[in-house]
Design a protein around this ligand. Structure first.
Ligand code: HEM
Ligand code: NAG
Ligand code: NAG
Ligand code: NAG
Ligand code: NAG
Ligand code: NAG
Ligand code: NAG
Length: 318
């Protein structure tokens, strides 16, 4: 009897181990191993956003640029070294993505409460959610248990992260390649309700596009000359420190900053026009769809179980 029970226990343990080896993400992943992980990340994100509201946008974008390049595995955080070229210097990231120092601060605070337990990839997913909440957007339950890559791919970063010059069909294909729908594309593009873009990313739009309000285009040209000023910033929507639905209203008014933004709304027969209109009239519809799409994006090709590692320092493999 006793040995039968012991056999059953061992069998259960075996099933648990199998489960861990092929695990899916779960909301309670750290509840025993690091119960203070989430509150530690949340406080650090709040402090960073209080210091500089744009940091909320920058942290949200880091998670996106991580997930679109071989999955949400913290690969974007690896520094280049003499014999390793990572994603930070890929064209969509270099001189553009920011927030690495804040991620280091969060990671060291999390290491102080539980060393070697919480992955850098999970920190990015939680920081993205906490950033959206800090700027007035929706909350959602972040699924956890991602592990960190031991590699990165500059070429995948160059090919998978969508460029602002893409047209609607190309944007749809880019998201579809990641298992995300056209509805997810429109909802997730609503992330451009916060943050800033550099002149170099919208210059051709404000000088050459025709689907732009001319008053808006002229006002942007003052800070984005046709030559020079590449790094001059403009807000991505009319309220760049509030996570709201103003971005979609801007699109209805032909005031999308990026060419790719305005591709989502043509004003005539565009296939995504009705979704943009719907979000512009209902922030709660946008918030619900955005939160669901963030959970989907955060699940792209994650490493779980015994794959990958838990990095000690997000910038280098162990
Ligand atoms: C749909 C395709 C997308 C394109 C073509 C695109 C492109 C861009 C570009 C060109 C910038 C400005 C970068 C710079 O000036 O250096 C930017 C900024 C930003 N993007 Fe996207 N993006 C897309 C989707 C997304 C998604 C899905 C998210 C997050 C869920 C996101 C979040 C952000 C944020 C928050 C910023 C502002 C960052 C800051 O101020 O530091 N973007 N994006
Ligand atoms: C606060 O934000 C400024 C930029 O506005 C930055 O230079 C500084 O490093 C930040 N301080 C901390 C502690 O994050
Ligand atoms: C990178 O180069 C250094 C110095 O040459 C060497 O010690 C290290 O093992 C190399 N790392 C890899 C991953 O090849
Ligand atoms: C606008 O288009 C013209 C003609 O194609 C091109 O020569 C010019 O470089 C473009 N300007 C910008 C700012 O992209
Ligand atoms: C462009 O925006 C201005 C407000 O700044 C508005 O008065 C004008 O009607 C708009 N132009 C068009 C063509 O919609
Ligand atoms: C809208 O219709 C015009 C004229 O039929 C066509 O040229 C254009 O490609 C269509 N646009 C979309 C987004 O379907
Ligand atoms: C995450 O991805 C796995 C594997 O593709 C899938 O089985 C699971 O349903 C996904 N979960 C969510 C919440 O999307």
């Amino acid at each position: 009897m006793a040995s039968f029970r012991s056999y059953k226990l061992q069998f259960c343990l075996f099933l648990v181990l199998i489960g861990v080896a092929s695990a899916q993400l779960s909301s309670n992943f750290y509840s025993n191993s690091c119960p203070n992980a989430l509150s530690t990340i949340q406080s650090a994100v709040q402090a960073a956003v209080n210091n500089e509201s744009r940091m909320g946008a920058s942290l949200l974008r880091l998670h996106f640029h991580d997930c679109f390049v071989n999955g949400c595995d913290g690969s974007i955080l690896l520094d280049d070294t003499a014999n390793f070229t990572g994603e930070k210097t890929a064209a969509p990231n270099v001189n553009s993505v920011r927030g690495f120092d804040v991620v280091d601060t969060i990671k060291s605070q999390v290491e102080n409460v539980c060393a070697g337990v919480v992955s850098c990839a999970d920190i990015l997913a939680v920081a993205a959610r906490d950033s959206v909440v800090a700027l007035g957007g929706p909350s959602w339950t972040v699924l956890l248990g991602r592990r960190d890559s031991t590699t990165a791919s500059q070429s995948a970063a160059n090919s998978n992260i969508p460029a602002p010059t893409l047209n609607l069909n190309q944007l749809i294909t880019s998201f579809s390649n990641q298992g995300l729908s056209t509805q997810d594309l429109v909802a997730l593009s609503g992330a451009h309700t916060i943050g800033q873009a550099r002149c170099t990313t919208f210059r051709s739009r404000i000088y050459n596009d025709t689907n732009i309000n001319s008053t808006f285009a002229t006002s942007l040209q003052a800070n984005c000359p046709s030559n020079g000023g590449d790094n001059n910033l403009s807000p991505l929507d009319t309220t760049p420190t509030s996570f709201d639905n103003a971005y979609f209203n801007d699109l209805l008014n032909l005031r999308g900053l990026l060419h790719s933004d305005q591709e989502l709304f043509s004003g005539s027969n565009g296939t995504t026009d009705s979704q943009v209109s719907s979000y512009s009239s209902s922030s709660s519809t946008f918030f619900t769809d955005f939160a669901n799409a963030m959970v989907k994006m955060g699940n792209i090709s994650v490493l779980t179980g015994t794959s990958g590692e838990i990095r000690t320092n997000c910038r280098v493999t162990n």
